[in-house]
Design a protein around this ligand. Structure first.
Ligand code: PEP
Length: 252
């Protein structure tokens, strides 16, 4: 069964107490008002993981990190490994966010390595893909996403691929207030699902959750999520405000 998911990406926002306070209010809300068929994930900075994990224990919210190291363990000062993330109680990790690709020069090879390590550790991966503005304007966006998936993900076997959630995030829509139209989102999601189908067959592609990300907000979420190949969203800015995030989850 294909899952509907709304995942918040807190990015590098909120100190520890602010983050725990947001987690407490989300946890309280979703314990009293279950999110129905929509799974709710919050992807916090590393330092929040353990505290948030304690808060959400026994509730319905799931926890994720926003990145992990490309090595398993050892002398890699400042890095955080997939197994450290797992040990906090987190079940998900975002890999390949466009901010990691552009500011930290993470290429498809590195993302493929991180994805393999995260899956071997038992984490589920939210794998991001998406084109920049120039690529869309040049009409090469379908090819760009194809290449990101082929090089970053398609070395996985079918069993591992079932643990992947793909997030299509057009880079020109992230944090800009510009959103893909529902038609633009649907045509890219359909393209992604057909690439997965060509490589892995109907069962993997039909069951794959494909999220949309890029300036999703309460006013546009329902229309975007209503497309047949859009299975929820990865939410940046709006995930920092409890009421906005709840409204987006409820649009799922
Ligand atoms: C994101 O960073 O994953 C994202 C979708 O950001 P925003 O919702 O702020 O555009």
């Amino acid at each position: 069964m294909r899952k509907t998911i709304v995942a918040g990406n807190w990015k590098m926002n909120m100190d520890l107490e602010e983050g725990l306070s947001l987690a407490r209010s989300l946890d309280q809300y979703f314990r009293n008002t279950p999110s129905g068929k929509t799974e709710v994930i919050i992807c916090t900075p590393f330092i929040h993981l353990t505290g948030v994990s304690d808060i959400i224990k026994g509730g319905s919210i799931k926890l994720g990190a926003q990145n992990c190291a490309s090595e398993v363990s050892g002398a890699f000062t400042g890095e955080v490994s997939a197994s450290m993330i797992k040990s906090t109680g987190a079940e998900y990790v975002i890999i390949g966010h466009s901010e990691r690709r552009s500011y930290y020069h993470e290429d498809n090879d590195m993302l493929s390595k991180k994805t393999g390590i995260a899956l071997d550790t038992g984490l589920n991966v939210i794998f991001c893909c998406g084109e920049v503005k120039d690529e869309r304007e040049a009409g090469v966006h379908f090819n760009i996403v194809k290449c990101q998936l082929e090089e970053g993900l398609f070395n996985l076997d079918a069993e591992k691929m079932e643990k992947i959630i793909i997030a299509y995030e057009p880079v020109w829509a992230i944090g800009t207030g510009l959103t893909a139209t529902p038609e633009q989102a649907q045509e890219m999601h359909k393209h992604i699902r057909s690439l997965v189908r060509d490589k892995y067959g109907n069962s993997v592609s039909d069951n794959m959750t494909i999220l949309y990300g890029g300036s999703c907000k309460p006013s546009n979420a329902a229309e975007i999520f209503s497309n047949p190949d859009v299975d929820g969203g990865l939410i940046g800015g709006a995930s920092l405000k409890k009421d906005d995030f709840v409204a987006i989850v409820e649009a799922g």
